[in-house]
Design a protein around this ligand. Structure first.
Ligand code: HEM
Length: 430
């Protein structure tokens, strides 16, 4: 039964790659194309899209976009009708055959956790979860705080700096590398390779030379992952790589190859999103009148600021699913094979759930959970670690840079990486 469901899903994924045949009850989206819009107006764009309906077909994205909180949450609860196999944005690059081959094999043959459907997903996720216990998070806290303190110490004496490159990004990457058990000496390589992966997934207009450079970088990333896996297999330590290799919760196990494949995913997703969430939260606090003082004085609890920051501007604005069979979404009948973009950013600003959704109101919490970490089967495995990192970073920023302010108005710099949110600079004054 399970096996036939899997075959059916694989067949569906084959069909999806011939997209453009979407038919039926199609709503036009009045030119919505967030890939080209002004990123600082993303939420206005999403609100305009919502004005066209709860589910809107966007030809340029070759997807049906779902905008409402409840509709998104219902799809995320339903693994039988919606597959995650093709969940990432598709590269628009014309990739030469040799590069395509490298991209197919660089991290091994296993697909990533986010692309698996049950029952494969259940087995792999159960083992990965074993590395993220509350005991493991608690044990990591002193190291996370030390990483924040070490990075912030030299910044207090500067007149101005970029919060993203000087703090958010190195902090997020240092934490996930140490949590996995990857030595600090690989920091610069992992940063570069992660960027290659993001560029390949959502970047546009790559030259062949660039694509080859990315592929070579990813092959080296895969090799490092395999090397570390072999080391931890024979000599386990107290880190996530060792936990994934040696834990067998409920009798589930991962092969060394599966662990090696998971490592780059955890590095990439574990730091790019976190750096964004941190930068966005600081940006929103600095923009709100009295916002930074509310944080430093303790007038607003930091965990509530973290949740509202994630809701207000989430790093993963949307992720895709594929209809396994004909489905009804918000009253629209969508054929089997339809590609569906769950707009977490739109759901997090759904006025039916969040009154005045564009305002930074930390006292909404803890009553209104958001979609920034997704929901259901694929709910972010690193959510607990991310919340710990965000809380500690804000605590350390508040303690060490109590007078922090935004540098005089500079246009925010973003990269065109929809549906990922990429603010590239945030100039601040200590
Ligand atoms: C603020 C930071 C973060 C945000 C906003 C975020 C967001 C998300 C979202 C929205 C999903 C669900 C994707 C979907 O529905 O298809 C997800 C899944 C995932 N995240 Fe995160 N994430 C963050 C931090 C992390 C960290 C620190 C790690 C690693 C330690 C991580 C690893 C993963 C993995 C492996 C998945 C796939 C889980 C599965 O499919 O079972 N994330 N994340």
């Amino acid at each position: 039964m399970r096996r036939s469901l899997r075959r059916q899903r694989e067949a569906v994924n084959g069909e999806v790659s011939m997209a453009g045949r979407i038919s039926g009850d199609e709503t036009q989206s009045a030119g919505f194309d967030p890939r080209n819009g002004d990123p600082d107006e993303l939420y206005e764009e999403l609100a305009r899209l919502r004005g066209h309906g709860r589910v809107v077909h966007v030809p340029r994205l070759q997807a049906w976009c779902v905008t409402g909180y409840e509709d998104i949450a219902a799809i995320l609860r339903n693994d039988e009708d919606f597959s995650a196999r093709d969940h990432k944005p598709r590269s628009s690059a014309d990739v030469p055959a040799d590069v395509r081959e490298t991209l197919r094999t660089w991290s091994g043959e296993s697909v990533s956790l986010g692309e698996m459907d049950p029952p494969e997903h259940t087995r792999v996720r159960t083992v990965v979860n074993a590395g993220f216990t509350s005991r493991a998070l608690k044990a990591a806290e002193p190291g996370i705080r030390a990483a924040a303190a070490q990075l912030l110490a030299p910044l207090a004496g500067l007149s101005e700096f970029d919060l993203i490159t000087a703090f958010a990004q190195p902090y997020a990457l240092t934490v996930i590398l140490r949590f996995l058990g990857i030595p600090d000496e690989h920091h610069a390589d992992c940063l570069r390779w992660s960027d290659h992966k993001v560029q390949l997934m959502v970047g546009r207009d790559h030259t062949e030379e660039r694509l080859r450079e990315y592929a070579t970088g990813l092959r080296a990333f895969g090799e490092l992952a395999r090397e570390l896996t072999a080391q931890r297999l024979s000599a386990p330590r107290d880190d996530l790589i060792s936990a994934m290799l040696h834990e067998s919760p409920h009798g589930h196990r991962l092969t060394p190859q599966e662990v090696a494949s998971a490592i780059p995913t955890l590095v990439i997703t574990g730091h790019t999103t976190l750096a964004q969430a941190l930068a966005m939260t600081v940006r929103h606090q600095l923009r709100a009148p009295g916002g930074w003082e509310a944080l430093t004085s303790g007038a607003v609890p930091i965990p509530e600021l973290v949740e509202e920051g994630l809701r207000l501007d989430c790093p993963v604005v949307g992720m895709y699913r594929t209809a396994v069979r004909e489905v009804t979404v918000a009253g629209h009948v969508l054929p089997a094979g339809s590609r569906i973009l769950l707009l977490y950013g739109a759901g997090n600003h759904d006025p039916a759930r969040y009154p005045d959704p564009g305002r930074n109101l930390p006292d909404r919490w803890p009553t209104a959970p958001h979609l920034a970490f997704g929901r259901g089967t694929h709910y972010c495995v690193g959510a607990g670690l991310a919340r710990t990192e965000l809380r500690i970073a804000l605590e350390e920023l508040a303690a060490r840079l109590p007078g922090l302010s935004a540098a005089p108005e500079t246009t925010p710099a973003y990269r065109a990486t929809f549906p990922l949110r990429t603010l590239t600079a945030l100039r601040v004054r200590p």
